[in-house]
Design a protein around this ligand. Structure first.
Ligand code: HEM
Length: 404
């Protein structure tokens, strides 16, 4: 079992490098909040932070809240309140109860393996070409930029835009549009300001144009066309695509480069490139260790007790996924993950990440391309920079090369 310490006893070293880069990413993103939450969570799994809310940082208690419908995602103090002014009230991540379940039910089967393949494959092929072209002849390539392109390529499919459509926005611009919405969010700020809402709405309007066009085209081979066949109205389809862009952009562009760096820092690339059977465990363990969606928010709607702390209706609940998952030990794909923490990085209960199949396909495609390229000729990380004062810890740049 994974030990209940942040870093297991690591043999110097590679594991130490890996952990220290991950620590740097977290402290650069949240110089005050990360050490504070980490410190508090070590001694008290549930603690009331005046002015901020009730912080929960132990896996089984986080899961308990997620499975309990008396904690709502749609209240004024939960994350839903952030998004309603931007995308309207019916986009899953700001809904609660029967209405939410009914919309989830209609979206069941949206991400079948075939549908996911059609969304991801073209962007993954572009990634393969760009990576090989960059690394050949001793050159170098900035990998975070390539993952942004991958994510932008996926967004274009979600919008229903064909790759050869005239005037199609480049993948990086599509990524930038997505991230211009999510980058407005900050940990201690429960709502967006009026100018921020206006900025986010104008980005959503740009995304909405192609969605409406594809929806009206009534072609079920496009993503908005599929939403139409599942019985969603045009406005609902626009809202759902926006929610997917909001939830699925930064998480992915944080995770893939971090996993890449962790596999390099931990010296695991040569073996994994030769024998891919270890890839699923490495991906899963990387998700646990990094928790790319580091915090979930809820609002209590009923009085109760949680981990010995009294909960009052209206309390804001801060679920620290990152501490709940990371505190189980250092990065080690060979060690099983305790049941309470399993897949917690994708949530649990009614709001469990609906985009997980798509996220996993994007991650697996990107890693397969990287490992294939490693087999053609080992590459290494030449340089990297970390993102500062951002919501989701990430590399700003990760330069890969086969040269010096
Ligand atoms: C590594 C990548 C990802 C991670 C770690 C992740 C994590 C999560 C988590 C933790 C939740 C639950 C939030 C909560 O309960 O408050 C969630 C929900 C959600 N995710 Fe993801 N996600 C990822 C990728 C994606 C992608 C690619 C998409 C879209 C295509 C997506 C769409 C959504 C949506 C729409 C919800 C809300 C579901 C609902 O409220 O019913 N996610 N995700």
């Amino acid at each position: 079992m994974k030990a209940l310490v942040e870093q297991g006893a690591a043999p110097r070293d590679l594991a130490g490098d890996l952990a220290s880069w991950e620590r740097r990413l977290h402290t650069a993103a949240h110089p005050v909040a990360y050490p504070m939450i980490r410190g508090l969570g070590k001694f008290r799994p549930v603690v009331r932070l005046p002015g901020l809310g009730v912080l929960v940082s132990e896996a089984s208690l986080v899961r308990q809240v997620l499975m309990d419908s008396s904690y709502s995602k749609s209240g004024a103090k939960a994350s839903g309140a952030l998004w309603t002014p931007v995308v309207g009230p019916r986009v899953l991540l700001n809904m609660h109860g029967a209405e939410h379940l009914e919309l989830r039910r209609r979206l069941n089967g949206l991400f079948t393996p075939r549908a996911v393949e059609a969304i991801v494959a073209p962007a993954a092929e572009r990634l393969r070409g760009r990576l090989a072209a960059g690394l050949d002849n001793g050159g170098s390539v900035e990998f975070v930029g390539l993952v942004k392109e991958l994510s932008g390529g996926v967004i274009s499919r979600l919008l229903g835009v064909r790759d050869d459509a005239p005037g199609r926005l480049p993948d990086t611009e599509l990524f930038n549009l997505g991230t211009s919405i999510t980058s407005l969010v900050r940990l201690g700020r429960p709502q967006l300001t009026v100018p921020q809402v206006a900025k986010a709405k104008s980005a959503v309007e740009i995304l909405a144009g192609p969605v409406r066009h594809a929806y009206r085209g009534d072609d079920s081979s496009t993503f908005p066309g599929r939403l139409r066949t599942l019985g969603l109205s045009e406005d609902e389809a626009v809202g759902i695509v926006s929610a997917f862009v909001i939830a699925g952009t930064e998480t992915l562009v944080s995770y893939v480069p971090r996993l890449t760096a962790m596999l390099f820092d931990g010296g695991r690339l040569p073996r994994l490139a030769d024998d891919r059977r270890g890839l699923p465990d490495a991906v899963n363990e990387g998700l646990r260790y990094t928790a790319p969606s580091p915090m979930m928010l809820r609002e209590a709607t009923a009085a109760g007790r949680l981990g010995g702390v009294r909960i009052r209706p209206g309390d804001r609940i801060l679920l620290s996924t990152v501490h709940a998952a990371k505190s189980l030990g250092g990065f080690d794909p060979a060690t099983p993950i305790p049941a309470a923490a399993r897949q917690l990085w994708f949530g649990a209960g009614a709001h469990f990440c609906i985009g997980m199949p798509l996220a996993m396909a994007e991650i697996n495609c990107a890693l397969t391309v990287l490992l294939d390229e490693y087999t053609r000729g080992p590459w290494h990380i030449r340089s990297r920079t970390v993102g500062r004062n951002v919501l989701i810890p990430h590399y700003r740049a990760l330069e890969l090369t086969r040269g010096n």
